[in-house]
Design a protein around this ligand. Structure first.
Ligand code: MN
Length: 697
């Protein structure tokens, strides 16, 4: 009894140590940037993950008690609900809550690790493993301060699930039936994509039961209650089914019905389409090509974001190992340790789904590595404890354990110290959005590239056409068109896109926005339809105001933005790439300015050298902010025959070399030159970092 009490006290102590350590390491970033104004807004740090603004929008609207129909606010999502709950009952302001939630929630991962180790009678392994797991490279990256996204509980919840499965199988206590099922319910609520992992756990338990413990009724109870928790459908219905089956399973009288209940649960799982999401996921990951071509009913071909997203790419073994353990050697030893751990403690076989999913990263992309982090940390911690136990004296045991633990922590500490990720937006940009919020109605649209959709909606509370979740090729096409085509066409497309988007909410329509426009205007050929935008056409009735959001940071992705509309929609073929070159690291050598990549500007005869070719310049333009904050644009025409323009944005230390097509784009004209057509646009907010214009039509 006394020993048990001692053990519980030690467990608690280890949890406290590991938790505090994990939290403290996340304050390194906070400390590094505490005085850096561009990362702060409204007296608090801003978050550093784009998707976080989505959950923040939902939480903000939950607290406000209202939102606009079809504004995309996720007021029913678990992250938004939990955030609103914290923001309401904790004595901190909203910005503080969302910034620090990942710090305090993700660090909870140490608890299941230590509890599992307790079952294995190896608390020291638990302490060492949880110290590493809490701060290991990829886990840190996805749960650091400000990384406000589902990741903050995405490993914590399945680790608790693993813990309860291990305790259920090893103790056969009924209470773990309930805990396992409830954990699945919470995990699903938090992260609906949790399906595949749940199914993997289920399959493994089934296999374990059939191979090792076929006669034990408890396992079938566990499988049945998991099935009820995992089936599709309303969470409350599933909770009721879980509770009912728990009550039945807790009563010996009903033991003879266990197999019937299991049958019912499997039937319920299948009939509610429980298997479908798994199938979709497998299709999504394995046959990525088949969904990357965005085509439509009229046979239009759009460019897709998949082709530009880095995350989906392959990773090297070194990156893979670093992200799981912080270091290649640590990773390899961890893997050996893990195999040894499973060999010595068969029950650890239930951790296979997590390790397996983590290893999917090797083919499926970076984001999966986190799943393997805590389990492999247990692998190396197990070895460290084993080695320590071989030491002849207590002192040496302690010394070796501490030394090896420090060695595995160190690479991750260095990673954290060097991982100085910026916030999503800087303070200047957010000030513009907060200002815009005062000038707009909530039903107005702010058109910007999809990367800015969530933050725009969070700070300005308006509607957007695209965001981090809505960025299919057909959504991006009109936006890319608006930003990269001349002003006269762009405004028409903007009005069309907004009104057609709104109409789609009113009526149940099918087909992409472009297709519906083509149909209404009587075109079968997308190219013909787009040509009419250069003429006077009758536009839909204006129902609201439209703003265009043009940040300086978009200059870096301008070529990517063009890709989405610079193609023939009928064939999917890309058109000739417009010329766009940006130089910030240029050098003035007196006679010429060298801009890198073999490009230089010859001052004497106003020509460009590209490689060993000399080409004439059409215009030389210099922009500079004056003392009163107004932009002054000096333009010098040099050669009418030439196509390339040189723009020197003096305050930004930026040179642009763009062809005439790019020069005439709405983005270049409105952001870089502030040369807007006063019959089409109205200046709303112009700052060096963001310019916002309002449509006059
Ligand atoms: Mn809204």
């Amino acid at each position: 009894m006394k020993q048990l009490l001692q053990e519980n006290k030690l467990t608690l102590l280890y949890i406290l140590i590991a938790y505090t350590f994990s939290v403290a390491m996340r304050f390194i970033w906070v400390y590094q940037f505490k005085d850096y104004a561009p990362f702060h807004f409204n007296g608090e740090f801003m978050i550093n993950t784009n998707d976080g603004y989505y959950w923040a929008e939902g939480a903000r609207d939950i607290l406000a008690g209202f939102h606009q129909p079809n504004d995309g606010s996720p007021i029913e999502s678990a992250p938004s609900l939990l955030t609103a709950f914290f923001a309401k009952y904790l004595p901190f302001k909203f910005e503080t809550v969302i910034f620090y939630m990942p710090v305090f929630l993700s660090s909870l991962v140490v608890i299941p690790i230590i509890l599992i180790s307790k079952t294995l009678k190896n608390l020291e392994m638990g302490l060492i493993a949880s110290l590493l797991a809490g701060i290991a490279w990829s886990y840190y990256n996805r749960t650091m301060a400000g990384y406000y996204d589902t990741d903050m509980l995405n490993i914590v919840l399945p680790m608790f699930l693993l813990w309860s499965i291990i305790w259920a199988v090893s103790t056969h206590k009924n209470i773990y039936l309930l805990i396992t099922a409830v954990d699945i319910l919470i995990y699903r609520w938090w992260y609906p994509q949790s399906y595949s992992l749940e199914v993997a756990f289920f399959g493994l338990i089934l296999l374990y039961t059939l191979v090792f413990d076929r006669k034990n009724l408890f396992h079938y109870k566990l499988l049945a209650i998991m099935m009820f928790a995992m089936m599709n459908g309303d969470g409350y219905i599933r909770l009721v089914l879980v509770i009912v089956s728990f009550v039945l399973f807790s009563n010996k009288k009903f033991d003879k019905y266990v197999f019937y209940i299991l049958g019912v649960s499997i039937f319920a799982f299948l009939i509610t389409g429980g298997i479908n999401p798994i199938w979709y996921q497998i299709k999504g990951y394995l046959f990525r090509e088949s969904i990357s071509e965005g085509s439509s009913a009229l046979g239009l071909h759009f460019f897709t974001v998949m082709q530009t997203v880095r995350e989906a790419g392959h990773i090297s073994f070194e990156t893979f190992a670093n992200r799981i353990s912080g270091n290649i050697i640590t990773f390899v030893v961890s893997l050996i340790g893990y195999i040894y751990l499973v060999y010595r403690h068969k029950i650890m076989i239930f951790s296979l789904p997590l390790v397996g999913l983590g290893f999917v990263a090797y083919i499926g992309g970076l984001r999966f590595t986190v799943y393997a982090v805590p389990i492999l940390a247990m692998g190396i911690a197990f070895l460290i404890v084993q080695v320590a136990q071989k030491m002849p004296t207590k002192k040496l045991q302690y010394l070796s354990a501490v030394t090896f633990t420090l060695l595995i922590l160190l690479p991750n500490y260095f990673h954290i110290q060097g991982y100085k990720v910026p916030t999503v937006f800087n303070a200047d940009e957010v000030k513009v959005l907060a200002d815009l919020h005062k000038k707009t109605q909530r039903e107005d649209y702010v058109i910007g590239w999809w990367d800015y959709g969530f933050p725009i909606r969070y700070y300005a509370d308006v509607k957007t056409l695209a965001d981090g979740a809505q960025h299919s090729g057909d959504r991006n096409f009109p936006i890319s068109y608006i930003l990269t085509k001349p002003q006269a066409q762009a405004v028409k497309m903007a009005r069309l896109d907004v009104e057609y988007q709104e109409r789609a909410f009113e009526n149940n329509v099918s087909g992409t926005v472009i297709e519906r426009m083509m149909k209404d205007y009587g075109f079968d050929d997308a190219n013909d339809f787009l040509l009419t935008l250069e003429t006077e056409i009758k536009l839909p009735k204006k129902t609201r105001d439209i703003y265009v959001y043009l940040p300086y940071r978009m200059l870096n992705i301008y070529p990517t933005v063009t890709l989405f509309s610079n193609l023939d929609l009928m064939t999917g073929e890309a058109k000739k790439r417009p010329f766009f070159y940006i130089s910030r690291g240029f050098k003035d050598l007196g006679e010429k300015i060298v801009m890198g990549n073999g490009i230089s500007l010859n001052k004497n005869n106003s020509t460009l050298s590209v490689g060993n070719k000399t080409v004439p310049i059409r215009r030389f333009v210099k922009t500079a902010y004056q003392a009163d904050g107004k932009l002054r644009v000096q333009s010098q025409f040099i050669s009418f025959a030439a196509d390339l323009n040189v723009i020197y944005m003096s305050n930004y230390h930026t040179f642009l070399i763009v062809d005439e097509q790019t020069y005439n784009s709405t983005y270049m004209q409105l952001f870089v030159l502030e040369n807007y057509d006063k019959s089409l646009y109205e200046k709303v907010i112009v700052t060096p970092s963001v310019k916002v214009y309002k449509l006059k039509i």
